[in-house]
Design a protein around this ligand. Structure first.
Ligand code: ARG
Length: 292
């Protein structure tokens, strides 16, 4: 079944989830105004240590509750992508959504696209954020009226890792366009350039940061993806993307990977062996499979 209705079915009664802990004491820092200042702030945050990725292989899916707890323990902020840069200008991806332990993207005024494995952990979301420690940022906060995971989502194989979230009202931010297969060349061609963004860790099991980060990757053909993961079922709902020492990572799940040229969303951050492990690309839920 396809998961992209223009309108979602009516609300279910709100589930009684325990709210995720959020950080109370935000640290105020001077507002950075230039790219180099942003980058310097990032280096300062990491004590000047460059982002180095360990080659360890970890669980396919970090339980989001552990992730959230780790974030709260660490500094409450969290965020990073491996081997990437902070996003500049900071409002470059207006659809990018902070989903507290996951990412998500705005696909219609009141609908987010996320990963099914994020289900049950998201109590509210924020759209328009960049620096999670800057409480003077302008952004919108929503609660989730309804979570609609794909009915075929399989938590063992992580197949059909799609979820729609209906917001309690409409956002004024501009939704992302989805890869609908239109256009002369497939956005999923081997070697096509893609960009993934998020507030996840900058290395597998690594430290956290507060800024939205992005990294450029190469899309893998289905054959190459299968060859990279011979012990896993790589289904037609999955697309790989990777580049040396660059990847999405824990906490980026549910967030968008977009085509670099058209800006269309081609996938959703789903799983991988570790992060940026040599020869193991990240695996994304393929948006095109659910369109049309
Ligand atoms: N499952 C992770 C999460 O819950 C995302 C992992 C992405 N991994 C990767 N190597 N690209 O945040």
């Amino acid at each position: 079944p396809t998961l992209f209705p223009t309108e979602l079915p009516s609300a279910k009664p709100k589930s009684s989830q325990t709210p995720i802990a959020t950080r109370k004491n935000k640290i105020d820092r001077p507002k950075e105004t230039t790219l180099s200042q942003f980058v310097q702030a990032q280096v300062d945050e990491n004590d000047g240590v460059p982002n180095i990725v360990g080659g360890d292989i970890v669980l396919k899916v970090t339980p989001v509750n552990q992730l959230v707890q780790a974030q709260v323990d660490e500094n409450g902020g969290v965020l990073k992508i491996v081997g990437g840069d902070v996003v500049f200008p900071t409002n470059r991806y207006p659809y990018m959504t902070r989903a507290f332990g996951c990412g998500a993207s705005l696909v219609a005024p009141n609908v987010l696209l996320c990963a099914a494995h994020c289900k049950g952990f998201i109590t509210k979301v924020e759209i328009g954020r960049y620096d999670l420690k800057n409480n003077t940022e302008t952004y919108e906060t929503f609660s989730i009226a309804e979570e609609v995971p794909h009915p075929d989502y399989n938590r063992m194989t992580i197949d059909y890792d799609y979820m729609m979230l209906r917001l309690d009202r409409s956002s004024t931010y501009k939704p992302v366009e989805l890869d609908n297969g239109e256009g002369e060349i497939s956005l999923l061609q081997d070697g096509s350039n893609a960009i993934v963004m998020g507030w996840g860790t900058t290395s597998s099991g690594g430290s956290t940061s507060r800024f939205l980060r992005e990294v450029e990757l190469d899309v893998y053909s289905h054959e190459k993806c299968k060859a990279a993961y011979p012990n896993e079922q790589i289904t037609n709902r999955m697309v790989c993307a990777g580049r040396s020492e660059k990847d999405s990572c824990q906490g980026d799940s549910g967030g968008p990977i977009i085509d670099k040229v058209t800006g269309k969303q081609i996938g959703i951050v789903s799983w991988g062996y570790g992060c940026a492990s040599p020869n193991y690309p990240g695996v994304y839920a393929k948006v095109l499979d659910q369109i049309g």
